[in-house]
Design a protein around this ligand. Structure first.
Ligand SMILES: Cc1ncc(COP(=O)(O)O)c(C=O)c1O
Length: 384
C-alpha cells in the first residue's frame, strides 16, 4: 500500500479538510454511490426529481415560483450557465458587484462569452457597500446584476438581501444573480425578500455531497423568457430545465453517482433541520477555531461583523520564522489540511468550517497549529 494511493485510502485515514472544497463527506454519502444506475432508469429519474424538489424545500421557496436546475460540472460551470442564459443576446449589460476573486471570475465568464459587463470592484476585506452600489444602479440601465453571497476567497459575507432590494427598486427589470456557492444550505437567505432571480450553488459545499455538479435555483418567470440566450450549447440553463421538465432527464450524460451521493446528503440535511442546523454546527466550529487562533495571537483579515462562519482568513504573522508552507506541511502531516489565502492585498491563510467537521476536529486543528508554530520556533502570541 503506497502513500498517496487513493485506492488504498480508508475513511479512517482521510485527512480533515478545513478548506472551501472538496470537503469531508459522511460515509453514508459516499456509500450511496455504490450503485450503477442508467440515466434513463426510473430510479435515477425519480432521484433527480426528488433532488430538485428538496433544493426548493431547503431554499424555502414554492415550485410555482422557482425551479431548481442541476448542471454537470463544478460551480463555475453553473455560474457560467446562469450568466449565459440570464443575459439576452441583444442589449445585455451585466453589472458585477465584486469584492473578491469569485466576483472577478464572473467578469472573466462574461468576457469569454462576449457578454458586455461592468465590473465594480470593492475592497476585499469588507462587505459590499450598499449605498455605493445604489449609486451605480441608479446611474445606468442593466439587464443583469450579480453579487457573491459569501466571498469564499476572503470569508466576507455580503449583504445580498439589501443589494437585492436595491436592484428591485432601481433596476426592476434586471435579473438579480447571487453566487451562493459556499453559503447556500448554511446561511439563511429569503429569496423572495432579496428579490433573487437566480441563486447558484454546488453539490460539494454546505449540503456536503461530493463534487461533480452544481445547480441554480431560478425564478420561473425569468427563466421562461431566456430561450435562445445562451451562447454555449452545453451551458444552457433554459434547455437543461426544459429537458428536465419534459423528459425528467439531463440533456447530456448526467453525473449519476454524484447525484446519488447528493440525494443522500440533501435528505439527511432536510431531516436534520435544514439551514438552521447546518448554521449552528458551522458557527460553533468557527467560534472554536477563531477563539483558538486568536489566543495564539492570529488576526483576521476581515473586520468583525463582515465575516462569515463558513471560512476565515487569518493574516500571516511577520515573525521571520513563520512560513505558510511549513505550517501547511506540518498540519498535513498531522492529517489536517488548511488552505492558502486568496486575496490580492494581504498575506493570509484560510480555515474552513464546512463539510463533515465537528468540534473535536476544530480543537485538533488549533492544537496542531500550536504544535507546528513551536516546531518552527515561532513564539506565541504571534507578532505582526
Ligand atoms: C463563491 C464561489 N463562487 C464560485 C466558486 C467556483 O466553484 P468551482 O471551483 O466549483 O468551479 C467557488 C469555489 O469555491 C466559490 O466559493
Amino acid at each position: 500500500m503506497e502513500a498517496g494511493d487513493e485506492s488504498a485510502s480508508t475513511p479512517q485515514e482521510d485527512k480533515r479538510l478545513f478548506t472551501p472544497g472538496p470537503l469531508n463527506t459522511r460515509l453514508e454519502v459516499r456509500q450511496a454511490m455504490l450503485r450503477d444506475l442508467g440515466s434513463r432508469d426510473a430510479a435515477f429519474i425519480s432521484t433527480v426529481k426528488d433532488i430538485r424538489r428538496g433544493l426548493l424545500e431547503l431554499a424555502g421557496v414554492s415550485d410555482e415560483v422557482f425551479t431548481a436546475v442541476p448542471m454537470q460540472g463544478s460551480g463555475t460551470f453553473s455560474v457560467e450557465a446562469v450568466l449565459q442564459t440570464a443575459s439576452p443576446r441583444d442589449g445585455a449589460k451585466v453589472l458585477i458587484l465584486s469584492n473578491g476573486a469569485y466576483g472577478r471570475r464572473q467578469a472573466k465568464v462574461c468576457q469569454a462569452a462576449g457578454i458586455p459587463y461592468t465590473l465594480r470592484e470593492f475592497p476585499e476585506d469588507r462587505a459590499l457597500d450598499v449605498s455605493a452600489a445604489e449609486e451605480l444602479l441608479a446611474s445606468d440601465s442593466f439587464t443583469t446584476v450579480t453579487a457573491v453571497h459569501c466571498e469564499t476567497s476572503s470569508g466576507v459575507l455580503n449583504p445580498v438581501q439589501k443589494m437585492g432590494q436595491a436592484v428591485r427598486r432601481l433596476q426592476p427589470h434586471a435579473a438579480f444573480v447571487v453566487d451562493s456557492m459556499s453559503a447556500f444550505g448554511a446561511v439563511p437567505l429569503d429569496l423572495e425578500e432579496a428579490g433573487v432571480d437566480y441563486l447558484v450553488s454546488s453539490a460539494n459545499k454546505c449540503i456536503e455531497g461530493v463534487p461533480g455538479f452544481a445547480f441554480a435555483i431560478c425564478r420561473l418567470k425569468h427563466l421562461e423568457t431566456t430561450k435562445g440566450n445562451s451562447r454555449s450549447l452545453s451551458l444552457d440553463l433554459y434547455e437543461q430545465w426544459f429537458n428536465l421538465e419534459s423528459t425528467g432527464q439531463f440533456r447530456f450524460t448526467p453525473p449519476t453517482h454524484t447525484m446519488l451521493a447528493f440525494h443522500r446528503a440533501l435528505r439527511h440535511l432536510l431531516s436534520a433541520g435544514g439551514v438552521a442546523t447546518q448554521a449552528d454546527r458551522y458557527r460553533s466550529n468557527n467560534v472554536t477555531v477563531k477563539r483558538g487562533l486568536t489566543e495564539l495571537g492570529f488576526r483576521q483579515l476581515v473586520r468583525d461583523g463582515d465575516d462569515c462562519y463558513i471560512i476565515t482568513s487569518f493574516l500571516c504573522p511577520s515573525d521571520p520564522l513563520f512560513s505558510f508552507s511549513k505550517l501547511y506541511r506540518g498540519l498535513s502531516e498531522r492529517g489536517l489540511v488548511i488552505y492558502p489565502g486568496k486575496v490580492t492585498e494581504a498575506d493570509c491563510f484560510r480555515v474552513g468550517n464546512i463539510g463533515d467537521l465537528h468540534q473535536e476536529d476544530m480543537v485538533r486543528l488549533v492544537e496542531g497549529v500550536r504544535d507546528v508554530l513551536k516546531e518552527m520556533g515561532v513564539t506565541t502570541p504571534v507578532r505582526y
